[in-house]
Design a binder for this molecule. Sequence first.
Ligand code: UDP
Length: 314
Amino acid sequence: MKSKQPVSVVTGAAGFLGSHLTDLLLSRGHKVIGMDNFVTGSVDNINHLGGNPNFRFVQQDVTEFIFLEGPVNYVWHFASPASPIDYLKIPIQTMKVGSLGTHKALGLAKFKKARFLVASTSEIYGDPLVHPQTEDYWGNVSTIGPRGCYDEAKRFAEALTMAYHREHKLATRIVRIFNTYGPRMRLNDGRVVPAFVSQALTNKPITVFGKGTQTRAFCYVSDLIEGIYRLMMSDHHLPVNIGNPREMTMLEFADAIIKATKSKSKIVFKPLPQDDPKQRKPDITKAKTLLKWEPQVDLADGMKKTIAYFRTKV
Ligand code: UDP
């Protein structure tokens, strides 16, 4: 008898977002085939799925041809380094997974007649000249700067996804993910949340880059994954921002972390990395209207869970 259970392929399933997405899909009755090559993902993020009959893991670099037997209904392409220090270290792999990896994942979706969703990013807006960022803003990206490898790979991924949509009539979705935080972020991935929290928990100086006046807006991971799930299940093929619009400066964020952890850490200022976006905040009107989605978890609650997780890691 043919199984009615939906089958999802998640690339980057051992990563921060991929593993949370996998958990959500399993909880909603999907069978999940997770793929990862562990370049930035970790087996710790999927260990709890060992023995789950609805989960299968394939260790593979998704820039290589993907061969899978049986039906696939959804392909979620999440494989990619995502932290600035990661993609500075491995810029070529970052470009390959965003370009060749997206091509292979789209090819799989086309062959299986599956629906495809690509994890794009607020980085495609670069150092934005429009604030907050709406989906119709084309962005301000340096092709040759240190972040170009990530930004341009993701821009290419969006363009290729639209090409498959137009030429092959593939059902495609593009989510632009803004800064996200929560358990399973890598302690040493260099991003501001693990950096500040681990520094605060060990009473080491909090390293604020530049003057700390640059802004970000942080979304708790469960909110983000719910928004992405809704987008996949919608019929909207154009990009949708998913993120939390509560914007703050990095200096405010450092203070909030010091308070939340009751840390003795002092703030120190380090040079601002090249091309660091000065401000970022999603306009989520589209997600609210189309998906009836908006974030539910406020920063204090989300940080409590995140800090509890990092306490077990420092
Ligand atoms: N940042 C910082 N100290 C750190 C790490 C990051 O002040 O130890 C700043 C960084 O310059 C940026 C913001 O925090 O303005 C967010 O950086 P992150 O690496 O998390 O990701 P981005 O949003 O830049 O992709």
